[in-house]
Ligand binder design. Sequence first.
Ligand code: HEC
Ligand code: HEC
Length: 284
Amino acid sequence: MANVEKDTVTGTDTTGHQWDGIKELNNPLPRWWLYVLYATIVWSVGYWVVYPAWPSLSSYTKGVLGYSSRAEMEKDVAAARKAQESWRAKLAAAPIAEIVKDKDLLVYATAGGKAVFAENCQPCHGAGGAGRPGGYPVLADDDWLWGGAPEEILATVRFGVRSGHKDARASEMPRFGEQLKADEIRVLADHVLSLSGKGAKSDTGVKLFEENCIACHGDDGKGNKDLGTPNLADGIWLLGGTRETIAAQIATPRHGVMPAWEGRLDPVALKMVAAYIHALGGGK
Ligand code: HEC
Ligand code: HEC
């Protein structure tokens, strides 16, 4: 090549290239580096042969091993589904009372129940069953309208409350605004407050309560889970604990509606969500 000369400082040949008087030394790549490069080229050819590599017009070269990441994934999914199926089969066979006592089943049931709850129940009952004002009960406490035993919870969830389902839980507080005078309702509201130590107790209140309310709410106002009546004596309110909200409930009661979930959730999902609610902390 023209202009090749020896550099006086390093003693290395130059390549003969020159830019604005700056000359390029001819330092070849180290041998080991070149060999590694050649080895990787050979490796890549082997890789093309063994594994899927080159796209073709309609597909791609499959490689002699026939490996496919999709097939691997499908294998994993099938294995996971199989494991899940055996759990689901166990849950389908076991009564709810047994599920809540079996540690392993319960872990699986509550994990599934949590997902079912978040998707279907949270809008009304709040995250973690914390409840919402205006008649959406807390499900994480030990205060139950319709009972907190596993079978009772499952029945409420399956058939709903005043849902129109033929097995739904039902009962209706009468509209006392049509039978009682406004001041009687006020006296009753005070009487209800007095049950949790807040309002004024009066003989008229006791009498009116006995005449009109104990059939459903019980002698002491502590409620009756067969009728879904709230405990009026525990200071926990479904519909609000002020004199006004109580008087409003007596005059023109709300009849809370909880949808029936049978048919919308499969039997295993129903058990899982009931077990989850039971495990939230307030289950009996
Ligand atoms: C549209 C709103 C709504 C949705 C959605 C809903 N609920 Fe309810 N739920 C209610 C209302 C309202 C009540 C109170 C019924 C009453 O007044 O007796 C209730 C009551 C309950 C009770 C009875 C509580 C007690 O103290 O006895 C349980 C258990 C329950 N719901 C579970 C669920 C589960 C599980 C889901 C989801 C699969 C769900 N709910 C979805 C509105 C809803
Ligand atoms: C036929 C049964 C029945 C009778 C009789 C009845 N109630 Fe009720 N009461 C209920 C039911 C059921 C509920 C729950 C309503 C709901 O779930 O939406 C309720 C709810 C209430 C609440 C709301 C409690 C809360 O936690 O927010 C108050 C207050 C109440 N009743 C007071 C009375 C008083 C006072 C009387 C008598 C004048 C009376 N009830 C008579 C069935 C009855």
